[in-house]
Every structure is written in structure tokens, then in C-alpha cells.
Design a binder for this molecule. Structure first.
Ligand SMILES: Nc1nc2c(ncn2[C@@H]2O[C@H](COP(=O)(O)OP(=O)(O)O)[C@@H](O)[C@H]2O)c(=O)[nH]1
Ligand SMILES: [Mg+2]
Length: 314
């Protein structure tokens, strides 16, 4: 494990790939690996790219990678696609584009989501981002499919979130409802070669009045044609400017502490809820055996007391 951690810190891509497999497979050394690497994290610019399937996220990431490589930056990508084990489609699309960078050891691309549950996936994804960060990659992208709750969870670990929209998508309202509009720092209107760009831009601007009024950072709207490499340097520029804004305004530290607070609370809740569920199950079985019907109010109170006593023993 120590050896693997050192190799990851030294930027060895094969060790990084193996480390991420440890995470996905719940390897017994997973925790130790993450703890060892945690002090090495916090350097990378973590960028979340979200939007509905087919919006052009992978094409955009592909174009941005080319832009960043020209600047000499190294890039890691976690492509999160829980649908891939069923359809295979989106993952295949990612694979094809990955070939563009296959020979380049300044680019690391990993598809995630073929193993485990959706909740487990967002956990694994956060840990994978940490590993990529610790390995010294300058930019870490996380691409998620769709605009649901678990995508929202994943996006909350990013420094910068870009929402990719396209003219025929009609997904502005959906993104608004899901709360993605509120956390987006950049709106990318992709497929700007297709009709309807003006209308879409208008819709985004209207909703931005509702979500971004009080924000210190006003999310820009950028137009791209990812497949033709148009708008890439502008997009990269905005992403960079947002990170700079975070650092200069002090929001970066605020955000970091906030994210850690949420993560620690969530990890604890998971553990507590497992312990409590076991105690409740015991209590209900005991009542039932005695021919009683457990009173939910009393039972909850007594389980809570038992659980607290259990804690005091350790
Ligand atoms: N016309 C046009 N097509 C695009 C553009 N960007 C992506 N596409 C196409 O849209 C489809 C979905 O792109 P993809 O990047 O896989 O979308 P994702 O599902 O959001 O990752 C592919 O067929 C792309 O070639 C664009 O700017 N203009
Ligand atoms: Mg994709």
C-alpha cells in the first residue's frame, strides 16, 4: 500500500489506475490509501461537467483536453456513467474519444459506474478524484450523465461546475428544477452550429436572474461547437477565471471546509444509520416474540438510549 501511495504521488498512471480499482472494489487497503494520500490533495482544479445525455459533454471534454495540453497542463477525467452497464452506448462513445489521447501520458481517463450502486458510485467518484489530485494532475474533470440527485452530489465536490446545454435539448427547466442551475458556474451552449441558440441563451439568462442574483461570481454563458473545436479556448479561459476568483475571494477555503463538513457528516450518518437499524431490528423482533406490538415512539426513544449507552462503552 505504502508503495502504491508513493507511486501515485510520483504520478505513475498505472498505479493511479490500480488505486482507483481498489476504491471501486472496496479493497481492504482502500481506507489506508485514501488517508495516506489526503494530505497530498487540494492542488488540482476539479471541474464538474454535467448535462443531459447527448448534450456534447464528452466532445467538450475532448476539446478542452487538447486546449489544456497545448498549455502544458496535465488532465485527469472521471467519466461517471451508471447507465453504461445496461446500454454500453455512452461508455463506448467515451472510449472512442479516449483514443485521441491514448499515447499521451499527460492525460488519464477513467470510466466509472460499471460497479456498485448509484450512491456508492458518487462516493467512489469523490475518492477517485482525490487520487487523481494526489497524483499531481493539474486539472481533474468529472463528467456525469443526466441532471439528477446523484449528479448533483458529485458536482458538489467540484471547484467549478459547467452545465452543458444544447439547442434542441429543452433541458433548461429540468436543470433548474434539479438545482443544477444554482450550482453552475459556467453555462456552455454547445452545438451552437444548430438553430435555436438565441432562444436557449434567452432562457438561460431569464433563469439566471432568479438563481445568480446574490452571487459574487456571475456565471458566464459561452457558445461552443465541440466537434469543431470552436469556443474551446474561451471555455478554458472562463473555467480558469472561476478558479482564480475562488482563490482571490477566499471562497475556495470556504467551499473546501463546507464540502469536508458535509462529507464527514455523511460518513458518520451512514455508520450511525447502520448501527441504529440493527438495534431497531433487534427491538422489534424482541417485542414481536413477546407477543407485543412495538410502540414506535417508545421504541425509538429506548433504541436511542441503548445506542448512546453502547457508544459510552467504547
Ligand atoms: N452538431 C454538433 N454535434 C455535436 C457537437 N458536440 C457534440 N456533438 C454530437 O453530439 C453527440 C453526443 O455527443 P457526446 O459528446 O457523446 O455527448 P454526451 O452524451 O453529453 O457526452 C455526438 O454524436 C457528437 O458528435 C456540436 O457542437 N455540434
Ligand atoms: Mg459522454
Amino acid at each position: 500500500m505504502e508503495d502504491m501511495a508513493n507511486r501515485i504521488i510520483n504520478g505513475e498512471m498505472r498505479a493511479l489506475a490500480r488505486g482507483i480499482s481498489y476504491i471501486e472494489d472496496q479493497h481492504p487497503d482502500k481506507q489506508a490509501l485514501l488517508t495516506t494520500l489526503f494530505p497530498r490533495t487540494g492542488r488540482a482544479h476539479v471541474i464538474g461537467i454535467t448535462g443531459s445525455p447527448g448534450a456534447g459533454k464528452s466532445s467538450l471534454v475532448n476539446g478542452l483536453i487538447k486546449e489544456w495540453r497545448k498549455e502544458g497542463k496535465t488532465v485527469g477525467v472521471a467519466a461517471v456513467d451508471p447507465t453504461s452497464p445496461f446500454s454500453g452506448g455512452a461508455l463506448l462513445g467515451d472510449r472512442v474519444r479516449m483514443r485521441d489521447h491514448e499515447e499521451d501520458d499527460g492525460v488519464f481517463i477513467r470510466s466509472m459506474g460499471t460497479r456498485g450502486s448509484l450512491g456508492g458510485l458518487s462516493e467512489a467518484c469523490k475518492d477517485a478524484i482525490r487520487l487523481m489530485d494526489a497524483s499531481g494532475l493539474d486539472i481533474v474533470i468529472v463528467e456525469t450523465v443526466g441532471v439528477g440527485q446523484s449528479e448533483l452530489d458529485i458536482m458538489k465536490v467540484a471547484d467549478t461546475v459547467a452545465l452543458v446545454l444544447h439547442p434542441s435539448g429543452g433541458d433548461v427547466i429540468q436543470a433548474f428544477k434539479a438545482g443544477i442551475m444554482e450550482i453552475a458556474d459556467l453555462f456552455v451552449i454547445n452545438k451552437a452550429d444548430l438553430p435555436g441558440v438565441g432562444q436557449l441563451k434567452g432562457e438561460v439568462e431569464d433563469l439566471l436572474h432568479l438563481t445568480a442574483e446574490q452571487k459574487r461570481w456571475k456565471p458566464p454563458i459561452v457558445q461552443t461547437v465541440s466537434t469543431a473545436g470552436k469556443g474551446m479556448s474561451e471555455t478554458a479561459g472562463y473555467l480558469n477565471a472561476h478558479k482564480k476568483h475562488l482563490l482571490e475571494s477566499g471562497e475556495n477555503r470556504e467551499k473546501q471546509l463546507n464540502q469536508l463538513e458535509n462529507e464527514i457528516a455523511r460518513r458518520l450518518q451512514e455508520r450511525f444509520s447502520d448501527e441504529i437499524a440493527a438495534l431497531v431490528s433487534e427491538e422489534v423482533a424482541r417485542s414481536a416474540e413477546a407477543g407485543e406490538t412495538p410502540d414506535p415512539y417508545d421504541t425509538a426513544a429506548s433504541v436511542y438510549e441503548k445506542w448512546k449507552q453502547g457508544l459510552q462503552k467504547v
